[in-house]
Design a protein around this ligand. Structure first.
Ligand SMILES: C[S@@+](CC[C@H](N)C(=O)[O-])C[C@H]1O[C@@H](n2cnc3c(N)ncnc32)[C@H](O)[C@@H]1O
Length: 239
């Protein structure tokens, strides 16, 4: 098997090779994370199934929906949901201890506007997210895949940008990316400049100033300590 593909089989037993943006890490849930999963999954967890979600049924209201891919331990997602009760937040993360940690914090904060999924966001997008229904798609510090031969694993690619565009509301929906890896920031801009149907929100150059409503995560703080810069990129769906 090549380094960047995962072997999977379709229903007819045919081999399909998938390039994934993540490596499944073995990681045990702490007792607290496990308890939070058991306790909160019935109200805050959404199981993967290849069927479109109905936001009104999921959240019980028509508020704008913000979706975050790869929320890690959920620190920014929980903080944002706390600060914006007038919006709904759905986080998707493949690493189950992170999902447990997020649910635990969301429960402790008494949040009712947060839901979580533990699955590959690309598959969730393809099969569960209704078109033109998201106010924001957040992708904060995605795995940078530093080595050139791994760049194809980066989640931001032309196909991905197109998939996201279809899910954002027309004229308003925003795709917000942040990274502390300059080469990935440049890659994001290159991809987004080629992707049809978007405009860059930045007034001055390619990047927007760090938005105040994006909480500082452990990951970003680590980047600061290592002397990394941080680049925020916002593109709006225009057609
Ligand atoms: C570098 S971490 C950043 C975590 C967090 N956003 C932060 O800023 O602290 C990237 C995260 O994205 C998750 N991830 C990568 N590809 C994903 C995918 N296709 N679907 C869901 N989660 C994904 C990884 O498991 C990892 O937790």
């Amino acid at each position: 098997m090549s380094e960047v593909t995962t072997n999977e089989y379709n229903q007819d037993g045919k081999l399909i090779r998938k390039v994934r943006s993540f490596v499944r890490r073995e990681g045990r849930l702490t007792k607290g994370q496990e308890n939070a999963m058991n306790e909160c999954w019935p109200t805050m967890g959404i199981d993967y199934q290849p069927e479109l979600l109905n936001w009104k049924e999921v959240f019980g209201n028509d508020n704008p929906v913000v979706l975050e891919i790869g929320f890690g331990m959920g620190a920014s997602l929980v903080e944002m949901a706390k600060n914006a009760p007038e919006k709904n937040f759905l986080g998707i993360e493949v690493h189950s201890p992170g999902v447990g940690a997020c649910l635990s914090d969301a429960r402790d904060a008494g949040l009712t506007n947060l839901r979580a999924m533990c699955h590959d966001a690309v598959e969730v997008f393809a099969n569960m997210i209704p078109d033109s229904s998201l106010s924001t798609l957040q992708l904060f510090f995605p795995d940078p895949w530093h080595k050139k031969r791994h760049h194809k694993r980066r989640i931001v690619q032309l196909d991905f940008a197109e998939m996201v565009r279809q899910k954002l509301t027309i004229g308003e929906g925003v795709f917000h990316m942040a990274t502390d890896w300059e080469n990935y920031a440049q890659h994001m801009i290159e991809v987004m400049n080629q992707a049809p149907g978007y405009e860059n929100i930045a007034q001055d150059g390619d990047f927007v100033p760090r938005p105040e409503d994006r909480p500082l995560t452990k990951f970003e703080a680590r980047g600061h300590r290592l002397g990394h810069g941080v680049w925020d990129i916002k593109f709006r769906r225009v057609s």
